[in-house]
Design a protein around this ligand. Structure first.
Ligand code: SF4
Ligand code: SF4
Length: 114
């Protein structure tokens, strides 16, 4: 995953195409030049706006401590039971500043963590 992006506070990866996406792996013996890594910290692309925490129906994201996986998993199990269809959620990845791009610096003014 090195070079793809940094973590967001909701623990997804924020890439240049945002956090709302999925990765797949390709195994190859092709020799490839490594991409330049334009960030340094684990959370460099997260602007700590708190929108993912507000969106979360399970209150699984705490802006002091980060995402708690247990309540998220419990919510996903609940969704699977009530829908009989899909144990998915992803409300932390949609309608957020990092949804489909690296958040612009202007979002930093709305950050709840200074
Ligand atoms: S919604 Fe805001 S706090 Fe949550 S991961 Fe995206 S930029 Fe970070
Ligand atoms: S997937 Fe749903 S329950 Fe889990 S952290 Fe994201 S919004 Fe919350």
């Amino acid at each position: 995953m090195c070079g793809h992006g940094s973590f967001g506070w909701s623990r997804g990866i924020i890439t240049k195409r945002g956090i709302a996406g999925r990765f797949a792996s390709v195994i190859t013996d092709l020799e490839l030049e490594p991409d330049e890594r334009p960030y340094e910290g684990l959370y460099d692309y997260c602007v700590m706006c708190g929108k993912c925490a507000k969106n979360c129906p399970a209150q699984a994201i705490d802006m002091q401590e980060g995402k708690k996986h247990y309540p998220c998993n419990m919510w996903l199990n609940h969704m699977g039971e009530v829908t009989h269809f899909a144990d998915t959620c992803g409300k932390c990845q949609v309608n957020v500043p990092c949804m489909d791009h690296i958040p612009a610096p202007k979002f930093r003014q709305y950050s709840i963590l200074k």
